[in-house]
Ligand binder design. Sequence first.
Ligand code: NAI
Ligand code: MG
Length: 513
Amino acid sequence: MRMRDRSRIIGDQSAKEPRLHPGVPHPVTGPFKQPIGLFINNEFVEGVKKQKFDVINPSTEEVICQVCEGTEEDVDLAVKAARAAFNGGWRETTPNERGRLLLKLADIAEANLDLLAAVESLDNGKSITNAKGDVGAVVGTIRYYGGWADKIHGKTIDVSPEMLNYTRQEPIGVCGQIIPWNFPLLMFAWKIGPALATGNTVVMKTAEQTPSLLSSSPSSSRRPASPGVLNIVSGFGKTAGAAVSSHMDIDKVAFTGSTPVGRTIMKAAADSNLKKVTLELGGKSPNIIFDDADIEHAIEWVNFGILYNHGQCCCAGTRIFVQETIYDKFLAAFKERANRTTVGDPFDEGVFQGPQVSQLQFDRIMGYIESGKSEGATVETGGERLGNKGYFIKPTIFSNVTPDMKIMKEEIFGPVCAIAKFKDAEDVVHLANDTNYGLAAAVHTKNITTAIKVSNAIKAGTVWVNCYNVLSYQVPFGGFKESGIGRELGEAALANYTESKSVTVHLGKPFPH
Ligand code: NAI
Ligand code: MG
């Protein structure tokens, strides 16, 4: 891989102030007052305990700013505000008005696309080009659900001339939403879009690694209408996150993140008020290349499938299965392609891969690389960090892997993949399904019958044919098996945020007949 503009990453060690980038207001001297606040009941607040935590720039390992830390007490205040809003004004808001507010939010995000993308890049380390793509998808998602707000319909069901039966899709109530750091603003949009469109109110817990965009200065004067409809609490999982999942007055919890934390959240929901649970968890997705595929295109998609967002995608194509007849040729070309990936300063327009999000994630990934080596897999390329400052890891390909190796079983969440051979369709379906996960998969072939048969046989919520990582807000997304419960996006997500009520009206003779 090429290291772009290395000097900007390795940095001038004598610099005292964190160096920022054009377009990003300086967090200390800029319009933001430190620390950056929680958003509860339409106020930017410091948090009950007045604690704060540092936000780190993953490219430089320097502190960007400080954010107020929400704790159980703040979650409780946010829930009270959300409950009051649900029982008060928001419930009475017409669907049309809810839709209009979401469309307005989408317009505001669109008008500020460059600024939002810049903060996202700074916070998360993702390339500025990808960050702009994320914000574009945020705008599209919120607009899409704004359009749904006045199209949530029940049914009438004819059971007898003496009865009128109809159903209503009612909001669930106060929804807790816990989001991760890999797509901070996009996960926010995926969650609030369907929740608000259907008339719920929200308590959002952002990820501790990337709270910046969804916090704001306590001095800020730009506040939306409808106090309490949307509350945002920055903070840690074991405190603020746990308070959301165990709260007795939250009616539903939606989570995106790791499978172990998903289990913890489900247990907390079961042990508290049996709140509804939807989960979007990890993956170990297979990417399958048959010998009749367009190899040049397949290599581009395979490379994109693993290195996009630095491998920090729940649907990353981490297990690459290549038909044995083309394996050697494919591996050589894929290695060459991976090595051409530009890794470096995410603000450089030519860079594709930035740093991993945090020291902890960097250490976890390096641990998996060590485990692959010690279990006997072959490092075809990469296998080490890049530079000595910032959490950069070289694109890494392992071969000579066996299904029992840790790197073939566990989610790595970094620019690390494993490549293996298969014989035929039957063989590869077995290999692809040999995992506890079931989020996504891809099949590359020119044969339509192979494409459809293999897609149908794979146990995963999304299958891509001759592409990878192509998500649309109109299309449902979510996991089979241990990859989750429920579907986000599309019309499917509306079901996660509504309760169906059946009303039966007796029209016949008065009781008793
Ligand atoms: P995590 O699952 O711990 O964090 C995700 C969110 O859950 C964060 O907001 C966190 O504060 C919150 N959380 C953590 N513990 C909690 C608890 N006990 N109760 C309630 N909320 C809690 O993920 P983490 O530690 O950031 O990353 C670990 C691994 O998880 C990654 O290496 C990756 O494999 C996976 N992951 C998957 C994601 C996905 O998109 N499905 C996103 C992020 C991580
Ligand atoms: Mg964690």
